[in-house]
Design a protein around this ligand. Structure first.
Ligand code: ATP
Ligand code: CA
Ligand code: CA
Length: 168
């Protein structure tokens, strides 16, 4: 399929996470929202995983997943749409990093594009280090998936620690 101006779509991986207010339900609701995004098609979704929290102590476990979209949106437009979904699902940005949240949608990869915009870094800078992203990503991507600037998915998986991560 092509857009009206003939542009070809880009494959983009989105990381989903929640650790508040019925996390698995939040992630499933967000997957449905991704499915309905204009200018995008949801091609694949990983299993949902329960994962130990990162960041401030005392948080409850997260539920994480990864989705693959085919998109005709530009990277920053796609980020805007993802942030709208976060807002709709009650995300409160209080300035604190890595605090509890009803929904976090990270743009992990946008094709093989690299970008260092104040609002958007591509690939997501932490992708390469995070087992809770790499494990669900491996559900829906081949091992030779290139992560620009970081190598291939299978190499990164070998270097990460999947302790405590379990499929729901
Ligand atoms: P982390 O990015 O380490 O996973 P976080 O998801 O908790 O942390 P947020 O508070 O959700 O961080 O996002 C902070 C800002 O990061 C967003 O407002 C957004 O502009 C910016 N950002 C930069 N690169 C990306 C990306 N690849 N995907 C999503 N947001 C990004
Ligand atoms: Ca995040
Ligand atoms: Ca985020």
């Amino acid at each position: 399929m092509q857009s009206e101006d003939g542009a070809l779509p880009v494959r983009s991986f989105i990381g989903l996470g929640s650790n508040l207010d019925r996390p698995a339900h939040q992630v499933r609701t967000a997957l449905t929202a991704l499915e309905g995004l204009p200018g995008c098609r949801l091609l694949r979704q990983s299993r949902l995983y329960r994962t130990p929290p990162l960041g401030p102590p005392g948080q409850s476990d997260y539920v994480n997943a990864v989705a693959l979209l085919e998109t005709w949106l530009a990277p920053l437009e796609l980020l805007d749409r993802l942030q709208e979904i976060e807002w709709r699902q009650g995300r409160i940005r209080n300035g604190g990093h890595w605090g509890p949240r009803t929904l976090d949608l990270d743009l992990l990869l946008y094709g093989e594009q690299r970008l260092a915009d104040p609002r958007l870094c591509l690939p997501h800078p932490q992708l390469r280090y995070r087992a809770f992203v790499l494990v669900p990503l491996a559900d829906i991507a081949e091992g030779d998936l290139p992560i620009p600037g970081a190598g291939r998915l299978d190499e990164l998986l070998r270097g990460c620690d999947p302790a405590g991560i379990e499929a729901l």
